[in-house]
Design a protein around this ligand. Structure first.
Ligand SMILES: [Zn+2]
Length: 294
């Protein structure tokens, strides 16, 4: 398939044939051809956005069901009145438009997370299509985007990085690494670097908190963070793994300062022992470096 970037198509949109040029048959006009290509490109982007939206619905369902040990097939329920959501209510962006973001039974508000996840995933899928086109690389990027978004949501809401999500993701990333653009060697080196650095910090924080008898919830990094870092290292590869870890720690620092400021302003007290979940920062930095780092 001939891959044209949007920019190239837009560059060529100016029609070369003029009104005076009566000999130019309309079917052969390069302007029509280019417009046709642009229309085709737009349709492909919309198709990928719709696919991303659908996957966003599934991410929301997984984020609701997996931490509660429910089957992925279990239909979503309203957390307030426990009635099953109607079919339209299961698609958050539609339920915000049609049901005004409220449960049709008890009028309780539907969490804003669901439409945000659907929107972000649709946007990410459309962007990944414009960046990678019909390459095998695209498939892995879409899968890893779903993993990062799912881990981000569950860790933010439950402070958990579930083995049922991260272990298969690590296995897929390891098995797919020979097919990636960077090759398996840089992938595995990235994974090893991330593991050594994050596991090192995890062990150091454990020893330090035991020595000082500090009771920090979960320490600096949890065991889930170590597994997530390994996954992130494999998909970002070497040497992009270094800025990915640095960005995670910096984002975590900024997040911690914002969290403390929020506690001070809203609750007028500081809970210094409350640890910040690092998973979402690994996911954001990992995704950015995975897409732009190579
Ligand atoms: Zn309800």
């Amino acid at each position: 398939m001939e891959m044209l970037t949007l920019a190239k198509v837009r560059e060529g949109i100016g029609c070369q044939s003029t009104a005076k040029d009566k000999s130019a048959a309309p079917m052969k006009c390069s302007c029509n051809l280019r417009k046709g290509r642009l229309g085709y490109q737009t349709m492909e982007i919309i198709l990928f956005a719709l696919l991303g939206w659908l996957m966003g619905v599934l991410i929301n369902r997984a984020a609701d069901n997996l931490p509660a040990h429910r089957s992925l097939l279990a239909a979503p329920h309203c957390p307030y009145c426990d009635t099953p959501r109607p079919v339209l209510g299961q698609i958050a962006l539609l339920s915000y438009l049609l049901l005004r973001g409220r449960c049709p039974n008890c009028r309780a508000p539907i969490s804003l997370r669901a439409p945000l996840v659907e929107f972000a995933n649709a946007l990410a899928f459309a962007f990944l299509w414009t960046r990678y086109g019909a390459q095998v690389q695209l498939l892995w990027m879409l899968v890893y985007t779903v993993v990062f978004l799912l881990v981000l949501v569950i860790d933010l809401e439950h402070r958990l990085i579930l083995n049922v999500v991260i272990l298969p993701a690590m296995l897929i990333a390891a098995l797919a690494s020979p097919l990636s653009q960077m090759g398996w060697a840089r992938s595995f080196l990235g994974g090893a670097v991330a593991f050594v650095i994050v596991f090192g910090i995890y062990i150091f924080a454990e020893i330090f908190s035991r020595w000082r008898k500090l009771n920090i919830e979960g320490g600096a990094f949890g065991q889930g963070d170590v597994k997530l870092a390994l996954f992130m290292g494999i998909v970002t590869g070497f040497p992009a793994v270094f800025p990915a870890i640095l960005a995670t720690i910096l984002l975590g620092g900024v997040g911690a300062i914002l969290f403390l400021a929020y506690q001070l302003i809203v609750h007028r007290r500081l809970m210094m022992n409350a640890a910040i979940p690092y998973g979402p920062f690994f996911c954001i930095a990992g995704w950015v470096l995975m897409v732009f780092g190579t």
